[in-house]
Design a protein around this ligand. Structure first.
Ligand code: ATP
Length: 509
């Protein structure tokens, strides 16, 4: 099924509204606190969304921790799992640089009262110097940009302008810039630092001494437990520690549905290795992660691998490759899904210094050799992964009643099959219920008895169920059922006692 997906184009900007609507209509994703009008940057996963998210999460965990890949030397590599607390000793965030440095340059708009990340704003400056400059979010769609040009520059084409970034624009030019939500130029303030970590107080007293932070990334808990894991298990360098969990960032401009949220989930691996082996392991992980995304249904030609230029690297990173996906709102470009970074031994060095704990690794073959291992970190967004799968799967099709189907791979589909008796009569419903009871032991399946069969197929298409088994009069006569395949809508009859095996084989595809 994955090969077939290469033929369908990545969804366009126009589809995003439809994708969001389908997610709500069919119970994938709802705005958090929906009945209170929502809360910007927070989302709830409904009955099907949580299944989809769990499928992606479980596949990552399986591929990393349960059955880690075979290494470059032909031997299986070692990775162990971890589930660390969201709130850690606040010193951890001083050591990691988040208290002092998780600061992004912010600009406020005096007119709209909105706040933006300066490195997220693009500025269009007119090549001929005539007329105002326009600022907009780097994730703004082509449509939004065209609308702004129409409003403020009488529809001049974008080719009349040069694109730049606000954080690279001299403050002296700010008076010429019209902010993203402003009518007049000159309302953006100078960039100022703003810390994106949510904080709270542990215990009854709300004083500075009790101040704690919600983790902005899951990896810190891994570094804090590096020694515990080494001392309590048999792993030896090179090895990895993997963790999946929630992370929180007080994003200034949450946008694009669940893409940039304030609460989200990450799937992170810290791979500890000797400095000399970094290039080999870096390439190894880039290849492994490509295989992963392809196996869950993202064709490589919808991904872009961005080798971050040296000047743009995070202070601790010697090399970073971003895996970017062509989201519907990415215009002609791509947006980040996962980053693979060589973090050097920055984190262990910092935590060793701040905690005074000895974190050096002793080479088991030569106890005079002690060192802080280097780290390769494939850090993926689980929430962004879910969004990429939804966008990729979304396939408009005017030839079917639902007008659309979700082309999930069988392994990612929230429901693997639906059992549909042709009518609610006992002679159809009873064998359907029996089949359902048998299949649900091993697969997430739906038994759907009500409504006409066309409507039920349409519902299953919209939620991406790859197979429907229909029980009709012939079932009682010759013990066969109809299988309808979601993408082709082709139907064939198979023996009732082969259904379980049929599904088992398809799930591996
Ligand atoms: P961006 O540049 O988009 O803000 P980042 O480079 O800060 O992302 P990392 O710190 O590398 O992101 O985090 C690793 C992964 O976590 C990202 O690739 C992304 O998938 C996910 N992620 C980061 N921030 C968010 C967010 N606000 N909402 C959802 N997922 C996020």
């Amino acid at each position: 099924m994955a090969a077939e997906k290469n033929t369908h184009a990545a969804p366009t900007a126009k589809d995003m509204k439809d994708i969001v609507a389908l997610c709500k209509r069919r119970g994938f994703i709802f705005a958090a606190s929906d009945i209170y009008g929502g809360l910007n940057g927070f989302w709830d996963y409904g009955p099907l969304g949580v299944e989809l998210k769990n499928n992606l999460r479980d596949r990552w965990w399986r591929d990393m921790v349960v059955t880690p890949p075979i290494g470059p030397d032909g031997q299986p590599i070692e990775i162990v799992g971890l589930d660390s607390a969201i709130i850690q000793n606040p010193k951890c965030w001083e050591a990691s640089g988040h208290v002092g440095g998780f600061n992004d340059p912010m600009v406020d708009c005096k007119e709209s009262k909105k706040r933006y990340r300066a490195d997220h704003l693009i500025v269009l400056s007119p090549n001929d110097g005539q007329g105002p400059w326009l600022a907009f979010d780097k994730e703004a769609s082509a449509d939004e940009i065209a609308q702004r040009l129409k409003k403020h520059a009488r529809g001049r084409p974008e080719s009349d302008y040069t694109r730049g970034q606000l954080d690279k624009t001299p403050v002296a030019d700010f008076p010429k810039i019209i902010g993203p939500d402003a009518k007049e130029p000159g309302t953006l303030t100078e960039p100022r630092q703003f810390n994106m970590m949510f904080h709270s107080y542990a215990g009854a007293a709300a004083g500075e001494e009790n101040k704690v932070y919600l983790r902005p990334e899951t990896c810190a808990g891994i570094f804090l437990n590096f020694k515990n894991v080494l001392d309590s298990s048999r792993v030896r360098v090179p090895f990895g520690i993997a963790q999946i969990g929630k992370a929180f960032r007080n994003e200034v401009t949450p946008r694009n549905f669940i893409f940039r949220s304030r609460e989200f989930e990450q799937m992170e691996l810290e791979w500890f290795c000797h400095q000399d082996d970094v290039p080999m392991w870096f390439d190894f992980w880039v290849e492994q992660r490509k295989k992963f995304w392809e196996s869950v249904g993202l064709p490589l030609n919808h991904l872009h691998f961005y080798d971050t230029p040296k000047a743009d690297l995070a202070h601790y990173s010697a090399r970073t490759i971003d895996f970017e996906y062509q989201f519907p709102f990415s215009g002609d470009g791509f947006d980040e899904l996962e980053g693979i970074a060589h973090r050097g031994n920055f984190d262990l060095t910092q935590h060793q210094e701040f905690s005074k704990a000895k974190l050096e690794y002793m080479d088991p073959t030569d106890n005079t050799k002690r060192y802080l291992p280097h780290v390769i970190e494939p850090s993926a967004g689980l929430s962004r992964g879910v969004l990429a799968l939804l966008c990729e799967a979304y396939t408009p099709d005017p030839n079917r009643p639902s007008g659309v189907y979700l082309n999930f791979t069988p392994a990612m589909a929230p429901k693997k099959a639906a059992i549909l008796p042709l009518t609610a009569k006992e002679e159809h419903a009873a064998p359907a219920t029996n089949l359902y009871l048998e299949l649900r032991e091993d697969f997430a399946v739906d038994l759907d008895i009500k409504q006409n069969i066309g409507k039920r197929y349409a519902r299953q298409d919209e939620i991406g169920t790859p197979f429907c088994f229909t029980i009709d009069d012939q079932t009682n006569a010759d013990q066969t059922v109809t299988v309808r395949e979601r993408n082709t809508m082709a139907q064939e009859r198979i023996s009732l006692d082969k259904v379980h095996e049929y599904l088992r084989v398809k799930m591996k595809a």
